[in-house]
Ligand binder design. Structure first.
Ligand code: PGA
Length: 252
């Protein structure tokens, strides 16, 4: 945790769930939210954003998309623009998730453009960065993440409250996590890079950890310095697990 930052627990539902299932999951998170000492965000598939946003209207749980196009509208078959997400009730958007980078060849330059589109639409971007296993084994993890940060974030990112999620690619959906020392070192590295690039305002930028966060490891990870929350994939699909992770946020 970083003093002065309210932790955020975010759920990335990826390409899972039915309309009814998403509503049920959102209901459970909404009902648990008042007793939780953190901010909450859920990111359903595009098709369910509107229904989930309606379910969560008036609750403290925010809704995000999992991606957006770099252009606000136009001839881009199958894509979704940031203003559409906003219109459907989203306030946040995940950008540059490693599954987007891998499955759709997204570069940091594209993430930068998407970030600008999100900010222009009034959405808070959650930019994902992280190294592959080969890059970590070669000792390049900090350099890779540093480069992703410097290439992905436009000027207004920090002042608009943009969020970073450090997600080592090899820890996503594998049940494996870096050591606590490795997570703390990477988060300290990201904080230094951001403060150098954007100035002292970046001391209050939320830095989330993601990659196989579950109820059994959440308390230890969330207690680390400069870890201001978690981006949760698999465990966010089970309401009790997601809520248990949010309950593991250390009391500030
Ligand atoms: P995981 O996914 O929690 O299932 O590892 C995290 C993510 O991809 O955001």
């Amino acid at each position: 945790m970083t003093p002065g930052i309210r932790p955020l627990i975010a759920g990335n539902w990826k390409m899972n769930g039915s309309w009814r299932g998403s509503r049920r999951l959102a209901d459970a998170v909404r009902d648990a939210a008042p007793a939780l000492d953190c901010s909450l965000l859920v990111c359903p598939p595009f098709l369910h954003v509107q229904a989930v946003a309606a379910t969560l209207l008036g609750s403290p749980v925010a809704v995000g998309g999992q991606d957006c196009h770099a252009k606000p509208s136009g001839a881009h078959t199958g894509d979704i623009g940031a203003p559409m997400l906003r219109d459907a009730g989203a306030t946040h958007v995940l950008l540059g998730h490693s599954e987007r980078r891998a499955d759709h060849g997204e570069s940091s330059a594209l993430v930068f453009a998407k970030c600008e589109a999100a900010l222009a639409a009034g959405l808070t971007p959650v930019v994902c960065v992280g190294e592959t296993e080969a890059q970590r084994d070669a000792g390049h993890a900090e350099a890779v993440v540093g480069q992703q940060l410097s290439e992905s974030l436009p000027l207004g990112f920090i002042t608009a409250g943009g969020i970073i999620a450090y997600e080592p690619v090899w820890a996503i959906g594998t049940g494996r996590t870096p050591t606590e020392a490795d997570i703390a070192a990477m988060h300290a590295h990201m904080r230094r890079r951001l403060v150098l690039a954007f100035g002292p305002t970046a001391e209050l930028t939320r830095l989330l950890y993601g990659g196989s966060v579950k109820p059994s490891n959440a308390a230890a990870i969330l207690a680390l310095p400069d870890v201001d929350g978690a981006l949760v994939g698999g465990a966010s699909l089970v309401a009790d697990d997601f809520i248990a992770i949010a309950q593991a946020v250390p009391r500030g």
